[in-house]
Write a protein that binds this ligand. Sequence first.
Ligand code: AHR
Length: 523
Amino acid sequence: MTDFMRTVLCVAAALTGATLTSIAGAADAIPLTIESARPGAKIERHIFGQFAEHLGRGVYEGVWVGPESKIPNTRGIRNDVVAALKAIKVPNVRWPGGCFADEYHWKNGIGPRDQRPATLNPNWGGVIEPNTFGTHEFMDFLDQIGADAYLSINVGSGTPAESADWLEYLTTPQPTALARQRAANGHPEPFRVPILGIGNESWGCGGSMTPDYYVSQLKVYARYARNYNSQQPMRRIAVGSDSVDTSYVEAVMAAWKNRTWAWDIEGISLHYYSVVKWPPAYKATGFGETEYAELLKSTLRMDELLRTSSAIMDKYDPQKKVLLSVDEWGAWLAKTPGTPEGFLEQQNSQRDALIAALNINTFARHADRVKIANIAQMVNVLQAMIFTQQEKMLLTPTYHVFRMYVPFHDATLLPVSFDAGTYRQGEIELPRVDAMAARDAQGKVWVALVNLDPSRTVSIDIEVPGVKSKGARGQTLIAPKIDSVNTFEAPETVKPKAVSAKTSGGKTTMTLQPASLTVVALE
Ligand code: AHR
């Protein structure tokens, strides 16, 4: 079998989960070739972005505890959460929503905190929104973790003037009235807004707009919600696909092709959650192998969705000027028993860690188009990195995945060819192995390997023609069971362990444990 055929088999497996004949045989190692001489696109670090919506305990408690809190904090922002997020080098945080963004009025969230109005959060439990975490607190949080702002402006219930004012307040270096207000509120220097979302799910909670109506709004907002600082580039992201529904992509890209001097965008979004059936009811713990396989299958559909959106974009933009931003993704599961309705709190298992790894590998394979992605969400909500309980903090299996992938930030994609094999559960057939490789800025070759099969180990013979290596070293994320989770009582049930292998005869053999993620560098 040629490398080309193996690549085709691997891609086909990732795309369709089709049955493939195992070439290596169960007991043999699967050959995997990393083609270091054929570098692909840069894997932008922004695909490792986070999402922090005013939802449940995501911002309040999860990030913001207030300066008076006994929980150690810096200007009201939890020190433990900041330290954990710095370690995964968060590139950007999308804020303030989600659905919340289309009901957010930024002027409620500036000025003295004790004078800010209490408003409502009708989308998420109908709770009071105290507005104590507003623009300055968000920007302070970003400074503390070293991330960029991905701001979503209110297209659903706001006005172009309100958004234009927010951008002027944030970005202008000129002494306008809004800039002076910003200075009076403690920040004379302009803030940076490198990414701007123009609406959120405008087909749904963001206003139920038809594609054409949204396009007319987009043109207005893209014109007036300006970046007022020419020294600081800003990428504007339009609303795009709702999973399989691509009507927005078609309408936005057709309009973009005929754009005038008066407006432009730099990206278009895609939202897709790993869910088997809506409303999401799959258990976060205590699930069986069928639910495990079903959710992985749902995750692997990401590739097909990216291909579909990319194909439409290619029609209007063959030079790939407009990027794809998968700014909501992750597993959406049944809520943790006893938690409030609308707070979207769910446990996070080894299965969810694999869901994260499979998605990241998929984004990396589409690195020529996918330049931004944001997992939903950062703390205490949906597929979170971090859980908090008063003064305690816990790292989830998904957090460890993001930490293991740090070497892939801004690395260069390298093609891999291998026979993915088949993992079967009942009627469901999935690739047994998923792999992605890249070269970092120092020239080191990294490979991320997922063994989807929860019962069988698999050995991989890694070969990198043209690269001499003595061995491989890195980490593997394994767990006692597919539904193993970390809890405040047992916080280290799922955590990475060191792995290494020697190279012999040009092959580095890694043995992947069942249902595991392994990330190694060739040395
Ligand atoms: O992430 C939770 C919600 O899911 C977001 O607010 C919305 O954009 C999406 O439907």
